[in-house]
Structure formats: structure tokens, C-alpha cells
Write a protein that binds this ligand. Structure first.
Ligand SMILES: C[S@@+](CC[C@H](N)C(=O)[O-])C[C@H]1O[C@@H](n2cnc3c(N)ncnc32)[C@H](O)[C@@H]1O
Length: 340
């Protein structure tokens, strides 16, 4: 399930490595030299650039290890100070307020170290030539689900603003929602919270995810409004059954997407909407963030479509009225389309 709209191209989740932190991440605080430590400005010396990248990874680890308010040891604090993330505090060090805020984040203080640790694990697997599909803990799945549910709430508001007729759809009594790759059910829950008379079907290929979804939805009092099914979306065989479908390109393999798109179209009522999202751009040349995300996606067998490619493929699969909607998250674009 990694990466998805949930994945961030950067460790901060806010669109890019913090250049000041990187610039000062020299091999020892007293040796830090911004001119040689920043991979961007390190010049053509490959060894200096590699050194700077490695120091960046360690700086990130130090930042993650400082989340959840753990006290900073002398050397840990010195590294974060040298990286521009901490300041002296009596005999010790403390994180700068901006970093305390970043590490706390909307999903709580354990989310940042978890995300960083997962990406560093994945990077270590890639470096060692391992496939490395590690299982995520229940807590991690629930936290990711909560974050994606929150985002879906914000997406719905944006779509009501930007897409003619979307607001009317959410007013429909008895709206039927299809949540593809439901995970812990948080996206279904966000839609049902927003549309009081709605009901949903959540599909997932992992029974473990569905067990978590069952518990999560019951805790939110939504258990009787969501039918959970252990089913690959590529095997969907309903017709004219849904008014809105969430189709997470970022969680689905290319072959599943190819088989599923016509089936979801058939499962939508005429004029009903499909909604998907992409964290990719259409013109990635030379952009390291984009290249990292695409490599991670290909390693995880995830469909790597930018907005225009998604729009083209939806049109080719028989969808109409395809629209791309930029979101305030710089790197995320929503794509909507209607069944004919
Ligand atoms: C990123 S996770 C879901 C996050 C979700 N929004 C939540 O609230 O937890 C994506 C899910 O898609 C499921 N999935 C992947 N391929 C699928 C397929 N072909 N059909 C149905 N579900 C699939 C995965 O098992 C995984 O649980």
C-alpha cells in the first residue's frame, strides 16, 4: 500500500527537504561547511555529494528520534543544532519551535518517526537490492487511515467549490459510495460523515485491513452503513450501483487498474463520478523528488500516472467530463470523471 497519496515525496510531507538543515549537515558540527555539505551546492565532487546525502539521512534520523519529546543527548542536540533544527537550552539543547510543530503534526508525535523509519527501511532495502515488502503494524495502518480520512474531508470541500454539480452529489439522499482499497475504512467514514443518508461498500484484498476496518467503523458508529468485501477491484461485477467511487491509483498495481477501470465504470450509475488522486507531475524531468516517488512506486508496483496521463487513460476507458483539480498540497492533484 506504499506509496500512495499518503506518501510524501519528502520526509516532512510538506514538499521538499529542508535546505537549511541539509546545508549544515556536515560530518561533525565543527566541520560543517555549507559550501561542501549541501548536495546541491557541493559542486561536482561526487565523494562530497555522497557524504552530504549520507549526512542528510542521519540528520533526518536525528530529527525523527527527537519527536515525542524525547530529551536530546549532548551529541544528538549538537547534530540538530549544526543542522539548524535546535538551539541551546541551559546546559542542553531543544528543538526550534518550527521543528517541534513539524514533528507534532496533525497525526500526532509518533507519526513523523514512523514515517521516517519506514522510508529509511525502504531505502535500505533498495540499497541492498532486497524487495523489502515489510508488513505495517496495525497502529501504522490506523494512523495512515486517519490521515487519509482527514484529507478526504478536505478534498470533498475543494471539489464542491471547483467541480460543478459535485455539491449536489453530496446532497443526494441515499448516496452509494464505493471505496476501492478501503484499508481501515477511513475514507468511507469521511464520506459517510459528510453525507448523512449515504452508505458504502469497501473493497480490499487484505483480510487484515478489513478486520481493522470493521473495528474502526464500528467505533465510529458507522458499522451498519458500510459493507466490507474481500474482493479485488479488478473482479468487480456490479452494474449501475454507485454514485461516487474513490479509486486510489496510488494503491493499485498497473494491471489491476487496467482491468478495474471499465468494471468501475460499469458499476457507476450513468453520470456518477469517479475520484482519484496523484502525487506525480506530468513533466518530471530533472526533479529529484518526482524521480524518488516514481522509483518507490515502481518498486511497490504502483500505477505511476501524473494528472494528464490519468485524465487520458480515464477518457480512453470510456469516462467523460474528466477534470484535474489542483489541491493546496502543492504536489497532489485530484482527478474526477463521470460514467457515461
Ligand atoms: C493505502 S491503503 C488504504 C488506505 C485507506 N484509505 C484507509 O483508510 O486505510 C490501500 C489499500 O488498497 C488495497 N488494495 C490494493 N490493491 C487492491 C485491489 N486490486 N483491489 C482492492 N484493494 C486493493 C490494499 O490492500 C490496501 O489496504
Amino acid at each position: 500500500m506504499e506509496p500512495g497519496p499518503e506518501i510524501r515525496g519528502s520526509a516532512s510531507g510538506r514538499g521538499g527537504w529542508h535546505t537549511h538543515a541539509m546545508a549544515n549537515a556536515g560530518s561533525a558540527p565543527e566541520a560543517a561547511d555549507p559550501a561542501t555539505a549541501d548536495p546541491v551546492t557541493a559542486g561536482p565532487d561526487p565523494a562530497a555529494r555522497v557524504d552530504a546525502w549520507l549526512n542528510g539521512a542521519w540528520t533526518l534520523a536525528a530529527l525523527a528520534a527527537a519527536a515525542e519529546g524525547r530529551p536530546l543527548s549532548r551529541e544528538h542536540g549538537r547534530l540538530l543544532f549544526a543542522a539548524g533544527c535546535a538551539e541551546p537550552d541551559g546546559d542542553g539543547w531543544r528543538l526550534l519551535p518550527a521543528y517541534r510543530t513539524l514533528l507534532t503534526g496533525p497525526s500526532g508525535p509518533s507519526a513523523f518517526p514512523r514515517r521516517v523509519a519506514r522510508q529509511l527501511h525502504q531505502a535500505a532495502d533498495a540499497a541492498a537490492g532486497r524487495d523489502g515488502h515489510e508488513e505495517e503494524s496495525d497502529a501504522a495502518l490506523l494512523a495512515e487511515g486517519a490521515a487519509s480520512g482527514e484529507r478526504m474531508g478536505a478534498f470533498l470541500d475543494l471539489l464542491v467549490e471547483r467541480v460543478p454539480g459535485f455539491g449536489d452529489l453530496l446532497e443526494e439522499s441515499g448516496l452509494r459510495f464505493l471505496d476501492v482499497g478501503t484499508g481501515v475504512g477511513a475514507i468511507a467514514a469521511a464520506v459517510l460523515d459528510r453525507v448523512p443518508g449515504a452508505s458504502a461498500v469497501g473493497l480490499d484484498v487484505q483480510s487484515r485491513a478489513l478486520r481493522l476496518a470493521e473495528r474502526h467503523l464500528a467505533e465510529r458508529g458507522l458499522g451498519d452503513r458500510v459493507e466490507l468485501r474481500l474482493q479485488d477491484v479488478a473482479d468487480l461485477s456490479e452494474r449501475d450501483a454507485y454514485d461516487l467511487a474513490w479509486f486510489p491509483l496510488a494503491a493499485l498495481a498497473p494491471d489491476a487498474v487496467e482491468r478495474a477501470l471499465p468494471r468501475v465504470r460499469e458499476a457507476l450509475r450513468p453520470g456518477a463520478r469517479l475520484l482519484t488522486a496523484t502525487v506525480l507531475r506530468d513533466d518530471p524531468a530533472g526533479d529529484v523528488r518526482e524521480a524518488v516517488v516514481r522509483w518507490r512506486m515502481s518498486r511497490s508496483r504502483i500505477t505511476p500516472w501524473g494528472p494528464e496521463e490519468a485524465a487520458r487513460n480515464l477518457a480512453a476507458a470510456g469516462y467523460r467530463d474528466v477534470r484535474c483539480v489542483r489541491t493546496p498540497e502543492r504536489t497532489l492533484t485530484l482527478v474526477t470523471a463521470r460514467a457515461p
